[in-house]
Design a binder for this molecule. Sequence first.
Ligand code: UDP
Length: 397
Amino acid sequence: MSTARIAFVDHAPFVGGAETVLLDLIGHLDRSRFDPIVFLPARSPLVRHLDARGVPWRNLPMPRINVRSPTALLRWRRASSELARLARDCGVDLVHSNTVRAHLASAFVRDVPVVWMLHDDTFPHWLFRRLRRRPARLIANSYTTASTYNLEGDPRACVVHNGVDTQAEPGTRYRFRRRIGIGSDKVLVAHVGRLVRWKGQHLFIRAAARVAGEHPQAHFALVGTYTEGDDSPGVPSALLRAGLSGGAAYHAELQRLAQSAGLGSRLTFAGHQDNIADVYAGIDLLVHASTRPEPFGRVLIEAMAAGLPVIASAQGGPTEIVEDGITGLLVTPGSSQALAEALTKLLADASRRAEMGVAARRLAIERFDIRTQVARIESIYLDILANRARVADAKRG
Ligand code: UDP
């Protein structure tokens, strides 16, 4: 078979889990069989990552407005025609919608098969019901996401969990610590994620404040930043209501909270870190405090692959990832008290942390390696392309 050109369509205005998945997927694709190209808005922050890796991309302007707004349909129609033109010009064999919303541009592509990857639960369900029939395959990143969209029983749908490169070179333990000025004597606990309310950084701060006095050796860090304009009027109101927004306002609120909780120099706002491997190598414990069911929770498998124990909310994706009491602790969602209790257990017990870290890495290697994820997605592409070739042959002959 000659190389198949796969066009990945991505819409996110930030580099989140779905974009990291995309970069990893492209990085591990079998290039003797697949030739990737990415269609995305030229202003996307993903562009510099693609350039750094030498991955070709084309500008596909996509609106960032409420799908119910009167002009939305028109703008998406424009994006959709542009995508069809790009697909023709670039000789695309298969389109992979990488973000749920980007699929609005791919949904009406007629000449090539489309795979719709579902990484999150933000797509309006009324619209999903209209669009779900057309893609050749639907891939959910977790059983949680699959059930959000009622994919159970659909023969074209499957779950492919995220993977990370468990064989990658680990980060350097002291680089991140040095960057934030934390010595080797401290137990460093971090929350890694975008600064958006539903990621629960405020709960992390409250829990840290509860345990800080009892554990003077502990230091806390928030790793991640907010997206400019996340709290602007352009953000769909449903997202705002769901606490999906963040922006400078949430950042400022967190700073005030840390101040009033008396955490002072015990908490660092580390901002966005490009070298996340150094972060995991530098910390001792990862906390994930999402207040609504996380569709997957990629930071958990990244931390586990780095041999870290994790504390996570007992709902959504994390329950498919963390083995409670073995690779980490699952806690009642939305409760800073429950988070504080889990923190106390693990801060007080270095050998339990070490045991959990070993078990976490083992589980990451067994279940969440990038090679397994990519092999499954490649076999889906091959299946679709073979089917298409059969249909074309039948038509000809
Ligand atoms: N991330 C990063 N630097 C940071 C904070 C986060 O590179 O400072 C990455 C993190 O390693 C992970 C992704 O952003 O790959 C977040 O993915 P997740 O699925 O946890 O959350 P999402 O942002 O997609 O909701």
